[in-house]
Design a binder for this molecule. Structure first.
Ligand SMILES: Cc1ncc(COP(=O)(O)O)c(C=O)c1O
Length: 394
């Protein structure tokens, strides 16, 4: 789930063949074949459109798969210093950094690491221009961009819509002035979520008359993420023609920052049933916690699809082991009634889950494994323990 809500998860892919007992519980399991399939689609769009495609690390930063990402994409986009450092250490390629608010002490390192540095306000761009100049004088090359707010909503939920009233994300396009573009080579916008091509086309049509005066001096346009390019029904031909058209008409490089599309339907979160109490309903306490492992379930909110779930038989209201009354995942009808010790898995958990886990209540973090659905080989990449819990506290 991205920062907009409304997931469209649910294709189990080859996970029906995965042995849920072959990993510890809880455990994120990525099918590297599915990840590669997504990346190959993005690479084809890149090749046919001439766009540069960057993986949004905020969605999916499983760096053990960085070699695969590097093979297909141009680089990554980061949300601040730490993701920029992760990008540099593990991914390589081109790096774009956008943060809603930079700290001056972070900027020299961010500038060293980034090819594009995108500001959320003209105020921050101007205030930090001396840092940029100092870094340039020291030999660093960085291209400056502004995030704009198209003031054209395609989002479904206000909480997740960067074009909602009083949004703090991006400079409202109606406020842009020629003087804002001093030292600016690009514009960035990110207003879509799990959407097809048409919302992008409509957004562009809405802002074009407003940004046209500035386009001649720009070198790049970054259309952010939220493009569900790897979904079977996505109009990829439309996107390719759209990008080609913008590149030729306006003589700019076009960037896309898909997060979710890179990892869609490529990972599961395996869990185990710990207890089966009853309170009006049949409950199931599991070692997967919504609040610790899939916080978007509560925040968005949404109900993750379960591998092999049916719409008949006994219903179980699943919840986590934490003390939070609202640590509830949802109601499910498994193929056979749950018994204590049974394994199960939630689908489409590669993106916006692993990057959001926490150890509230001392709940253990899920292990991380890579499975290859073609060879049926599984590699357990990482397991977490008490030390990981303790080192975040003092
Ligand atoms: C600036 C920016 N770029 C890219 C993305 C990736 O979006 P998605 O994972 O929906 O493709 C996000 C996520 O919300 C974002 O805020």
């Amino acid at each position: 789930m991205s920062d907009f809500g409304l997931p469209q998860s649910g294709d189990e892919g080859d996970f029906g063949k995965f042995d849920l007992r072959s990993v510890p519980s809880p455990c994120f399991v990525m099918d590297e074949v599915a990840i590669e399939r997504n990346l190959a689609i993005l690479a084809a769009v890149k090749a046919q459109s001439g766009a540069k495609v960057l993986l949004a690390l905020k969605a999916f930063s499983m760096f053990s798969l960085a070699p695969l990402v590097r093979t297909y994409l141009d680089g990554t986009c980061a949300s601040g210093l730490f993701e920029a450092q992760l990008a540099n250490r593990h991914y390589g390629g081109s790096l774009t950094t956008f943060c809603a608010g930079y700290k001056p002490q972070d900027l020299p390192e961010i500038i060293k690491l980034s090819d594009h540095l995108i500001f959320n306000s003209v105020g921050q761009k101007d205030r930090f221009s001396s840092i940029v100049e100092t870094m340039r004088a020291a030999g660093e090359q960085v291209s400056i961009g502004l995030r704009i707010n198209p003031e054209h909503s395609e989002g479904h939920t206000e909480k997740y819509d960067p074009c909602a009233p009083c949004s703090r994300l991006g400079i409202p396009v109606s406020q842009l002035r020629t003087s804002d573009f001093v030292d600016v080579e690009g514009i960035h916008m990110h207003t879509l979520c799990e959407q097809g091509f048409e919302p992008l086309e409509r957004t562009w049509a809405a802002i074009l008359p407003k940004i046209e005066p500035y386009l001649a001096n720009l070198k790049w346009i970054n259309f952010g993420g939220g493009h569900h390019i790897t979904r079977p029904d996505y109009n990829r031909d439309g996107l390719i023609e759209f990008i080609k058209d913008i590149r030729t008409k306006h003589q700019v490089d076009v960037y896309l920052e898909p997060g979710e599309a890179s990892a869609i339907d490529a990972g599961i979160l395996v869990g185990e049933v710990l207890d089966l109490p009853k309170n009006d309903k049949q409950l199931a306490i599991t070692d997967i916690s919504a609040t610790c492992h899939m916080p978007d379930v509560i925040e968005a909110p949404y109900r993750p699809a379960m591998l092999g779930e049916t719409n008949k038989g006994t219903s179980f209201l699943l919840g986590g082991p934490s003390c939070l009354a609202g640590d509830i995942i949802g109601e499910y009808q498994p193929a056979a009634p749950f018994e204590i010790g049974d394994r199960f898995a939630f689908l489409d958990q590669a993106h916006y889950s692993m990057v959001k886990t926490n150890t509230f209540n001392g709940v253990p973090l899920p292990a991380i494994a890579i499975w290859n659905s073609q060879t049926n080989q599984t590699r357990l990449i990482k397991q977490f323990g008490y030390d990981d819990f303790e080192q975040r506290l003092s």
